[in-house]
Each structure stands twice: as C-alpha cells, then as structure tokens.
Design a protein around this ligand. Structure first.
Ligand code: URA
Length: 282
C-alpha cells in the first residue's frame, strides 16, 4: 500500500493516515511527511508546482491577426484587446509624477493576481525624504492586516537593528530616518516567495518608487529585492558588498526574517549595519 519514495525529489504527500493502518505504516508515513516538511513543503498540491499565473504574466502577447475584412455593409469586428502586463506597469509607473500618484497607479493596476487575495495594498512606511531606502520582499500576514511594511516579528527586528545605529523609520532627525517599501505591495498566499513573473511585472513600479523617493543609499534585504534590482540572487555571497543600482549605492543585507531563523548570521548583519552607517557618515 505504501511505497518508499526515498530517492524521489518530490514524493507525494499522503493525507489520509487511517487509524486502521498498522503501526509500522503509520510511522513510515509520519517520517515521510516530516521529511516533506523539512524540505519546505507547506501545501499538498501536485508533484511539481506549476505557476500558471507567472506563465501568463510574462508570456509575450502575440500580435493579433489583422481583423478580417468586414463583409460589405457590415461594421468591422472589434480588434481583440491586447495586454502586456509589464508594458502597462511601465507606462503607469512612468506617468506617476509623485509618490501619491505612484501609489494610486499601483492600486489601479489590475494584472497582478495577488491583489485579489490580499486584504491591503502595502506601499511604504517611514519618511520619503530619508537618505536610506530599504527594500524588502512582500507583505506578510501582519503587514497585510496593518497596511504597512515590516510590522510583524521581522519588522520589529528590523527596527531594533536600525535603532542600534541610531536610525529608524520615525527618527526625529531626517538624516537618520529611513524609508521602507517592498518589491510587491500585495501579500503572496501563505507568504510564499514571489515568483519571477510577479517580480518582473511589478519592477517598473519599484524602479519608479526609487526614482521618486531619490534616496542617497538603497538597502536590499534578502534575495527577492536582489533578484528584482540586481538581477541575481545569492544573498549569502552578495551581502555586505556595495553595488550600484539605478545609479545609487546599494547594500544587500540578510532579510530580518532570515536572521530570526538563523541568529548566528546577526554577526554579519551587524557588520553590514556598521558599513551602512560609515557610508552615511563618510
Ligand atoms: N517581510 C518583508 O520583506 N516585507 C515586509 O513588509 C514584511 C516582512
């Protein structure tokens, strides 16, 4: 009844552990399930995940065939509507003259499916005139409830990290204030990592956000903003090394949620905070 899938990369998860199963089968099943959880499985779906939304989002829209000539005396059939989500995002972002207009343009953007499942649109927090702009990944449950980025446990750690170098989103001194946003303004279901389609679709808004806020320094926290703004991931190697993004110095750092799971990495995060402070002071 039960097959061992030890060498399979994605064995199916069994859901119906019957009380009638023998004890041995129960423990085998349980071990298999625990192994799945250790691998990071959070939902039972297919053997291989298929992100149909991403495929739709990034797929170039084929040019519509020219409308067939209308028979004489009849009106021509309407041209099919063409949508290219990235081009629409770029046009909407470029048309936004200030941060308020950008927020409105993002809220009016209908191509991102995440919007349908999210409770709030999460745009920013902190001071838009700050010298430092922090870019995180996406709202989580607490942020979705509050409508503000970084208010959950990771956000509280971020606040403590910033306070350690006398900075903060509500700092009295504008020179020590920060401005915070995320790659995505809507919470992905079950806090899953944003996919490539979502990141590239919303990137024009993030780039415009940075241009309008015009910080002196950008801090990208974790792999998702690295993917969006630097075009690559590998935060463990990239953190602590200054790069240039949109003509500005940019420091990749560990995401505070990662630091909560891996407190040992706080040592590197502290070194990065000192590097940020030195850059601002220098
Ligand atoms: N993690 C993020 O990347 N952003 C948030 O706003 C909250 C948690």
């Amino acid at each position: 009844m039960h097959q061992c899938h030890k060498h399979c990369t994605s064995p199916p998860i069994r859901h119906n552990l019957s009380l009638m199963d023998s004890g041995e089968t129960y423990w085998n099943d349980r071990a298999l399930l625990e192994w799945q959880v250790e691998l990071g499985a959070t939902e039972a779906i297919l053997d291989a995940p298929v992100d149909r939304y991403a495929l739709e989002a990034v797929k170039p829209v084929p040019k519509a065939a020219p409308a067939a000539a209308a028979p004489q005396g009849k009106p021509a059939p309407p041209e099919p509507v063409q949508t290219d989500a990235v081009a629409d995002a770029r046009a909407a972002a470029e048309a936004a003259a200030d941060l308020g207009a950008l927020a409105a343009a993002m809220q009016a953007f209908e191509h991102c499916e995440l919007k349908k499942g999210a409770r709030s649109f999460v745009f920013c927090d902190g001071q838009p005139t700050a010298r430092v702009m922090i870019v995180g990944e996406a709202p989580g449950r607490e942020e979705d409830r509050a409508g503000k980025p970084f208010v959950g446990r990771a956000g509280q750690l971020l606040d403590r990290m910033l306070a350690a170098i006398d900075m903060g989103r509500a700092h009295d001194d504008p020179a020590r204030a920060v401005y915070i946003t995320n790659v995505l303004p809507w919470r992905p279901p079950s806090n899953r990592t944003p996919d490539a389609g979502e990141i590239s679709m919303l990137l024009p808004f993030l780039e415009r956000h940075i241009a309008l806020a015009d910080p002196d320094v950008i801090v990208v926290m974790g792999n998702t903003p690295c993917q969006a703004l630097l075009g690559r991931t590998g935060i463990t190697r990239m953190r602590g090394t200054w790069v240039e993004v949109l003509g500005k110095p940019c420091l990749p750092m560990f995401h505070p949620a990662y630091l909560l799971r891996n407190p040992i990495a706080k040592r590197e995060a502290w070194a990065d905070l000192l590097a940020l402070n030195a850059r601002l002071k220098g």
